[in-house]
Design a protein. Structure first.
Length: 453
C-alpha cells in the first residue's frame, strides 16, 4: 500500500513537470524538442507507474526508478551499467526521485511566474489552466479569479478569441490588440500556439508589450508624411512660378519680379526645412555625442543678435541680453547651444508684437553649478491646451496668432530644441499665459560655471 501511494504521488508529480516543461517549450518554440522529449519521457514514466501494483517485482521497479532518476537528474539519455545503482532500497530511491522531480516542478513554476512576459495556457474547452503574474496584472485580476475561467469571459477582444480558436484547431496565430489600464493604452502582440501534455491538448498565449515600438513606427510614418508635404508645398510653388514665367508673364516685368521674389522665398524655405531635417536627424541619431568645448556665452548671444537683426528691424523688435558674469565662460557643445538659442529666439520674435522686446537671461542655478537660460517674450502666448504638443515634430500652433504670417516656420524648431537639450542632459520648461507672453526655461547641467566671480 505504501508503494502504491508513492506511485500515485509520483504520477501527479511527473505529469506536473511535463505540463510546465511542455508549456515552456511551446512558448520558446526554438526549444520544441525539449518539450517533446520531456512530454514523451514523463508520459512514459507516468504510464509505467500507473501499471505498477503493490506486488510489482523488484527488478521491474528498479528499472522504473532508474529511468526516473535519470529524468530527474536531467540526463535522460545517459546510459547506465548493469549493477551501477544509487545506494539504498528501491523505495528510498523512489522517494528521492519524487523529491527531485518536485524540485524541478517548483523551479519551473517559479520561472514561469517570474517572467515579465504575460503567459497563459487554456485547454481545448476554453478553460484557463495556467496564468503567470504578468498576465494577471495585464488582465487586472488574480490567479484565483482567472484560473478556471473561460477564455471568452476573460478576453473581450474578438481578435484574441479568434487566435485562440485557430490555435486550438492546430494553427499558430497572432494578433495586435490594445488594452486600457488606468487610463493608459497598452499595445500588445498576442501569440497563441497549440501544445499538449499528459495526453491533454492546450493553447499557450503570450502577450508582448509593443507600445513603444508601435508609437515609434507611427511617429516615423507621420514624420515621413509631414516631411513630404512640407517639401512638396514650396516645390509646387516654385514650379507654378516658373511655368508662369515661361508663359503669360514672359513679357510682364511687374509680374516677373513678383514671381522671382516668390521663387526666392520658397527656395529659402526649402533650405530652412532641409537644414532643420538634417539637424533633427543628427540629434536623434544614437551616434550623436556632444562635443564639449570652452564657450563664451555672451559672444554667442551677440552673434545671435546680429543674425536676427534684419528680421527684428522689420518689426522694431528689441533683443535684450542679460548674461551673468559667472556663466559667461562655460564648457558645453557650442553648436547644440546655438541651435537651442536660435530656435527659441526665432520663435519668440515670430510671436512677439511689433515694437516688443525679447529677452535672453543666463544665470547660474541657485543650488548647483547648472546653467539656467530664459528666453522671455511679451507676445500673445500659447493656449494652455496646446502647450503639451509644441515640442512635437511639425506641430504648429494656430497661424492666426502670429503677427508675421508671411514668415511661416518649418514646425521643427522646438523639436530640435527638445532633442538638443536632451543631448546635453538638460531639461526645458514652458510657461505661457495667453495674450501675455511666454518664458522658455532651459537648465543645462555640468557646464563648469565660475561661481567665484
Amino acid at each position: 500500500m505504501r508503494r502504491a501511494h508513492s506511485n500515485s504521488l509520483l504520477i501527479g508529480t511527473v505529469a506536473g513537470v511535463g505540463a510546465i516543461l511542455s508549456v515552456t517549450a511551446a512558448i520558446w518554440s526554438d526549444r520544441w524538442w525539449l518539450g517533446l522529449l520531456v512530454a514523451t519521457a514523463t508520459g512514459a514514466v507516468a504510464w509505467a507507474l500507473s501499471r505498477q501494483s503493490c506486488t510489482t517485482p523488484e527488478p521491474e521497479l528498479e528499472h522504473v526508478v532508474d529511468r526516473l532518476e535519470q529524468l530527474a537528474s536531467g540526463h535522460a539519455l545517459r546510459s547506465r551499467r548493469k549493477g551501477d545503482s544509487s545506494p539504498g532500497s528501491s523505495e528510498e530511491r523512489l522517494s528521492r526521485a519524487i523529491n527531485a522531480l518536485q524540485a524541478v516542478l517548483d523551479a519551473f513554476a517559479h520561472v514561469f511566474d517570474a517572467s515579465d512576459v504575460p503567459l497563459l495556457a487554456a485547454d481545448t474547452e476554453g478553460k484557463i489552466i495556467l496564468a503567470n503574474s504578468a498576465m494577471c496584472s495585464l488582465l487586472r485580476g488574480t490567479p484565483e479569479s482567472i484560473l478556471g475561467t473561460l477564455v471568452e469571459d476573460i478576453f473581450t477582444h474578438a481578435d484574441l478569441i479568434d487566435v485562440y480558436r485557430r490555435a486550438r484547431a492546430g494553427d499558430p496565430a497572432t494578433a495586435r490588440v490594445r488594452f486600457v489600464n488606468d487610463h493608459q493604452t497598452i499595445i500588445c502582440d498576442a501569440s497563441a500556439r497549440p501544445t499538449s501534455f499528459s495526453g491533454m491538448s492546450a493553447v499557450v498565449f503570450t502577450m508582448r508589450d509593443v507600445s513603444e515600438l508601435a508609437s515609434a513606427v507611427q511617429l516615423k510614418t507621420d514624420f515621413v508624411g509631414n516631411a513630404s508635404h512640407e517639401l512638396r508645398t514650396p516645390i509646387a510653388s516654385i514650379r507654378g512660378a516658373v511655368d508662369t514665367l515661361l508663359g503669360p508673364a514672359r513679357n510682364d516685368e511687374a509680374m516677373r519680379d513678383r514671381l522671382i521674389e516668390m521663387i526666392h522665398s520658397n527656395v529659402v524655405r526649402l533650405e530652412e526645412l532641409i537644414d532643420d531635417l538634417l539637424d533633427l536627424s543628427r540629434l536623434e541619431s544614437a551616434e550623436y555625442k556632444p562635443r564639449r568645448e570652452q564657450v563664451d556665452l555672451l559672444d554667442l548671444c551677440q552673434e545671435l543678435a546680429r543674425a536676427t537683426e534684419p528680421i527684428r528691424s522689420e518689426r522694431s523688435i528689441t533683443l535684450d541680453l542679460d548674461v551673468a558674469d559667472q556663466v559667461r565662460q562655460i564648457v558645453t557643445d557650442r553648436a547644440a547651444l546655438l541651435l537651442i538659442l536660435r530656435n527659441l529666439v526665432d520663435n519668440a520674435i515670430k510671436f512677439s508684437r511689433d515694437g516688443g522686446t525679447v529677452r535672453i537671461e543666463a544665470v547660474p542655478a541657485r543650488t548647483s553649478s547648472d546653467l539656467v537660460l530664459r528666453i522671455i517674450d511679451r507676445g500673445i502666448g500659447i493656449p494652455l491646451a496646446q502647450q503639451q504638443r509644441i515640442f512635437e515634430r511639425f506641430y504648429q500652433v494656430d497661424q492666426a496668432r502670429s503677427s508675421a504670417q508671411q514668415r511661416r516656420g518649418t514646425g521643427l524648431g522646438l523639436a530640435i530644441v527638445k532633442h538638443a537639450v536632451r543631448g546635453l542632459n538638460g531639461r526645458i520648461e514652458v510657461q505661457s499665459i495667453w495674450q501675455e507672453g511666454t518664458t522658455m526655461t532651459v537648465v543645462l547641467p555640468d557646464v563648469n560655471v565660475n561661481e567665484g566671480e
